[in-house]
Design a protein. Structure first.
Length: 193
């Protein structure tokens, strides 16, 4: 399933690049923008044995610094689904593993390369909301996201934003591992001015 998901991400990236060339004809105005999105993630790295994947919601604010460069602030919630099988190194016989609830809070930069096609980088803290349920040592962890995507114009002031992203997050368990997540974000965005 992980191979199929990666092929899907590559296909989405190809579509974004292809549509990015056509998107030159519909420039995004440089105004403040708010987006509400659905995030999906597949785990690898330090998370792959313990959590299968996740789904969540996010709210993002974009503030223009120039015509192509924006400062972003992002907050959300991500639920990672626990792997309750013997392949999980923390599996306890006949005990259902708990899902992990994470609330990432990040700031970063978004650069529009071709009018509506962008790359984005964010860093911040991921707050663990159920520390005791997952037997974690820490309740916060550093997180970094890299994303690329495209804005599809709906009306004069609203857009559909679609992107693929890569997330790297420190472990809550004090073991020095990093959790890696490959994911996608689809959001409804609208100009505030």
């Amino acid at each position: 399933m992980e191979i199929t998901f990666k092929k899907g991400l590559v296909l989405l990236a190809f579509i974004c690049f292809t549509l990015g060339a056509k998107a030159q004809y519909s420039a995004v105005p440089d105004t403040s923008r708010l987006s509400i999105g659905i995030d999906g993630a597949m785990t690898s790295g330090g998370f792959k044995d313990e959590y299968k994947g996740g789904i969540g919601l996010s709210l993002q604010y974009d503030l223009p610094l120039s015509e192509h460069l924006y400062v972003t602030a992002n907050a959300g919630y991500l639920n990672l689904f626990a792997n309750s099988s013997s392949t999980n190194p923390n599996y306890i016989l006949n005990v259902k593993a708990s899902n992990m609830g994470v609330a990432p809070v990040k700031v970063g930069l978004k650069l529009f390369i071709i009018r509506t096609f962008y790359i984005q980088g964010e860093a911040g803290e991921a707050l663990l909301l159920n520390k005791n349920s997952v037997y974690a040592l820490n309740s916060t962890a550093f997180t970094y996201d890299g994303q690329m995507g495209i804005l599809f114009r709906r009306t004069k002031r609203s857009y559909i934003e679609a992107g693929i992203k890569y997330s790297l997050q420190q472990s809550y368990f004090g073991d020095g591992n990093y959790g890696i997540m490959w994911g996608a974000r689809v959001a409804y965005a609208f100009n505030l001015k």
